[in-house]
Design a protein around this ligand. Sequence first.
Ligand code: SF4
Ligand code: SF4
Length: 355
Amino acid sequence: MDLFFRGDLQSIKNEIKTEAYSLGFSHIGFTNPENPVHFDTFLEWINNGYAAEMDYLKRQDSIARRKDPKLILPVCESIIVLALPYTPPGFEKRDNKYPKIANYAIGDDYHIIIPVLLEKLVNFIVSKVYPVEIEYRIYTDTGPILEKEFAQKAGLGWIGKNTCLIIPEAGSFFFLAEILINLPFDPDSVFEKDFCGNCTRCIDSCPTNCILQNRTIDANRCISYLTIENRGSIPEELRKKINGWIFGCDICQQVCPWNIKFSKEPDPNFFQTSENVKKFDLVYELKIDKSEFKNKYLKSPIYRAKYQGYIRNLLVAAGNNFHTKMVEPILSIMNNDENPELQDLATWVLKNKYE
Ligand code: SF4
Ligand code: SF4
């Protein structure tokens, strides 16, 4: 790093910010990889069983990396944290009553889009510091890093009681991404304030009462977990409370005054909003087979639920909003599906139409 004076890196930092905005990121901050202060909270959350069946979070190597990002990139000197907004609820004109899909999942999968933008930003950095050799890693919800911790440390916002990172002038409907890099940028100021105050709207509105007091969530009861990462069944006592959410849940963000306050335009990177999701028809979806599921949703976040999880979610939603047109596809799952869990759930739905 001898080739640089600190002043050089500072002016490059400003150019990186400008480039990030031109790529569509709304916010960017710089921090260092040291001392993630929320690590103990994370560990307590894991040890209390609140991570449900998300075993990838519990692996010792993954926990160690969350504590020390230098285990991911030993030469890491800085973490650049970026926020990219997605279409907030209410902007889309589609009827979102039933079934409901978390707004981040309406567009193409951010795991496909954001890494391309991050690589472009890294290429820009490479061009600015040449001939210094760059080592880096990029993440966007793709690796073991406490991303909200570093977002707060990089000055973007605070972690709200709903556990989302809240940016004061933008709310929480955005994706986070990180670049770990071997350049010693001056860190931005930590975001020290907490603007949740006495508000408890998210806690009061959560249909399954899974928001805990220490700004963590009991994933075992969270609709986002139950309809996405969960590979098993959805507990009977929660099925009615899921109330038509077939992929994720936005309630604790929708009620947040920091989101109500700002009306954002959707990011141009996500303009290719999936027509499949916009024209969603529950009766039709109940009939799709594995191959159609793959064709329709391979590039959508919905693919993460996998076929069995997706049909499980549709069946639970069908119970929430039953219509006679659903009888035929549900009977077909009951009689033909190769999966006994789906057969049992289909039987249960027809017996217990929720209302
Ligand atoms: S995503 Fe839904 S279920 Fe999960 S904490 Fe927020 S409101 Fe509750
Ligand atoms: S709803 Fe209220 S308590 Fe919850 S995150 Fe927003 S401001 Fe904080």
